[in-house]
Design a binder for this molecule. Structure first.
Ligand SMILES: Cc1cc2nc3c(=O)[nH]c(=O)nc-3n(C[C@H](O)[C@H](O)[C@H](O)COP(=O)(O)OP(=O)(O)OC[C@H]3O[C@@H](n4cnc5c(N)ncnc54)[C@H](O)[C@@H]3O)c2cc1C
Length: 301
């Protein structure tokens, strides 16, 4: 252990791990180790850590890992993974919830059903955390998180606490103007009193539609590419005759060809080769450049 690591270990104890295997933190179940893995127990501890690190390492905050491919060589920097202390839901007012960024979207949606709160039905179909969902402006069935966002509490990478109001953010399809050097801690979300049974029915309808159109119980990070304007990525892939392609144990879901799959034993490199191949084929046939929805982090082996 070098001096810096020793200092960090003495200060943060079990919240810090060196060379932590990251594959268990991605839905692809792929990826090498993180040089420094930090699991803060509180905002204060995270703030202290960031001030100490003082931007001397690359930093990535991982949520539920349902949209992130981690490369085989791991991450040569700091991975921050919010501990369960950042998973909470508080009803501040009748129409406002404060939700920790580590809270799973599905947990939030379940809470909303139990408490007859509308607006959160679509989150039942997204397997991410609130933090990742804000970063991605995730959504489905005509809704997205920016529609119900009021404000965000965050720390920047230097450890400064900030509050950002919805009106100061430009959201777009699967992205926003939010700076990269932010760790979201919690958000205030717009709730609406609803009728329990109709909320439940809506959630069941969405879940059924999802089950019919998308694969489940597989190692995937959902949609690989964003839909280009007025087009569907999956249709372009199918029409370019590359939906049966595979590299090693990386293949494309038979049910939804924008979902790439680790069949078990794939490497991240296999997934990236598949991505490159599909992009080339779609470009050859349609002259459309597909943009990644998936986030890729880390180093190649
Ligand atoms: C089966 C399946 C179905 C899916 N269906 C949908 C869908 O219908 N609609 C949709 O939009 N997406 C869908 N996704 C993609 C994914 O679930 C969403 O993008 C989700 O919101 C990502 O959240 P996460 O916590 O897993 O993010 P991660 O993959 O952990 O991270 C994604 C990005 O967010 C950043 N991030 C995470 N937490 C924080 C934080 N606290 N502060 C700052 N940045 C943070 C990461 O650095 C990274 O850049 C699906 C994925 C799967 C596997």
């Amino acid at each position: 252990m070098n001096l810096e690591h020793e200092k960090l270990k003495n200060k943060f104890g079990k919240s810090i791990i060196f060379q932590e295997n990251l594959s268990k933190f991605s839905w692809f179940n792929l990826g090498g180790p993180a040089k420094i893995f930090f699991k803060p127990e509180s905002t204060e501890q995270l703030k202290e850590f960031l001030k100490l690190i003082n931007n001397s390492h690359k930093i990535v905050c991982l949520g539920a890992g349902s949209n992130t491919l981690i490369r085989d060589g791991g991450f040569n920097g700091v991975i921050i993974k919010l501990s369960p202390k950042f998973s909470f839901i508080k009803q501040l007012e009748e129409n406002v919830l404060e939700v920790g960024a580590g809270t799973l979207d599905k947990t939030l949606s379940r809470y909303a059903i139990e408490n007859s709160i509308s607006n959160f039905e679509f989150l039942s179909c997204i397997p991410g955390s609130l933090g990742g969902t804000i970063r991605m402006n995730s959504g489905c069935y005509g809704n997205e998180i920016s529609n119900i966002l009021i404000s965000i509490n965050a720390l920047d990478f230097r450890g400064n606490l900030i509050e950002i109001k919805r009106d100061d953010i430009q959201f777009n399809y699967r992205g926003s103007s939010l700076p990269e050097d932010l760790i979201f801690l919690s958000a205030k979300l717009q709730a609406k009193k609803g009728e329990k049974n109709s909320i439940k029915e809506k959630v069941e309808k969405y879940s059924k539609e999802k089950k019919e159109s998308q694969p489940s119980q597989i190692k995937t990070c959902g949609s690989t590419f964003k839909n280009p304007k007025d087009k569907k990525a999956w249709e372009l892939i199918k029409d370019s005759n590359c939906d049966l392609a595979s590299f090693g144990k990386a293949s494309i879901s038979k049910k939804h060809c924008n979902f790439f799959v680790n069949e078990g034993g794939a490497s991240s490199e296999d997934i990236e080769r598949l991505i490159k191949f599909v992009r080339e084929k779609v470009f050859e046939k349609h002259k459309v450049k597909l943009d990644l929805e998936l986030k890729i982090i880390g180093e190649k082996l």
